[in-house]
Design a protein around this ligand. Structure first.
Ligand code: HEC
Length: 139
């Protein structure tokens, strides 16, 4: 009698294990389908805006100038990252003009002690186009 009880307990245990195995199989299936699209949420700002006309035109101008030696999209180097600048200023015509004039005239004190040198050879138009690129890069 005692042995029988033990056996049936063992069988219940085996059945339970088999069941839970099946269960965890299903679980790993569902987790793998839910984790698959997650990397898309992590797209870089470059990836997010690369087809925008202000991105394409602004980036081309920035590459022809010295901006990349002090600015990166998401990392502060000498100057603030473009993403930080975009987070600080709303994209309005006034802000585009203001920031473009600072790029041309130089700027200090907005982000810290390090000054941005003047860019007197830039046209207002080109400077504004570059600033539109910068302000586009909002997270
Ligand atoms: C020698 C390094 C250097 C170069 C080259 C440079 N910057 Fe800067 N930039 C800075 C620094 C430093 C600041 C922060 C200045 C401050 O605190 O006012 C800054 C600030 C800015 C800002 C924000 C200004 C504000 O008022 O908040 C913009 C926009 C900007 N730079 C765009 C550009 C563009 C476009 C170019 C290329 C034409 C450029 N920078 C080239 C160093 C640089």
């Amino acid at each position: 009698m005692k042995l029988n009880n033990l056996l049936s307990l063992a069988m219940i245990a085996v059945a339970f294990m088999a069941f839970s195995c099946g269960g965890s199989d299903k679980q790993s299936e569902t987790t793998s389908t839910t984790t698959a699209p997650a990397p898309e949420k992590e797209v870089s700002l470059e990836e997010k805006y690369k087809d925008h006309p202000d991105y394409v035109k602004g980036l081309a101008l920035i590459k022809q100038n010295d901006c990349p030696s002090c600015h990166m999209v998401e990392r502060k180097i000498v100057g603030p990252s473009y993403a930080d600048v975009a987070g600080k200023y709303e994209t309005t015509d006034e802000n585009v003009e203001l920031l473009a004039s600072r790029v041309i005239a130089g700027s200090v004190g907005e982000w810290g002690e390090i000054p941005m040198p003047a860019h007197p050879n830039l046209s207002k138009e080109d400077a504004e186009q570059m600033v539109r690129f910068v302000l586009l890069l909002k997270k």
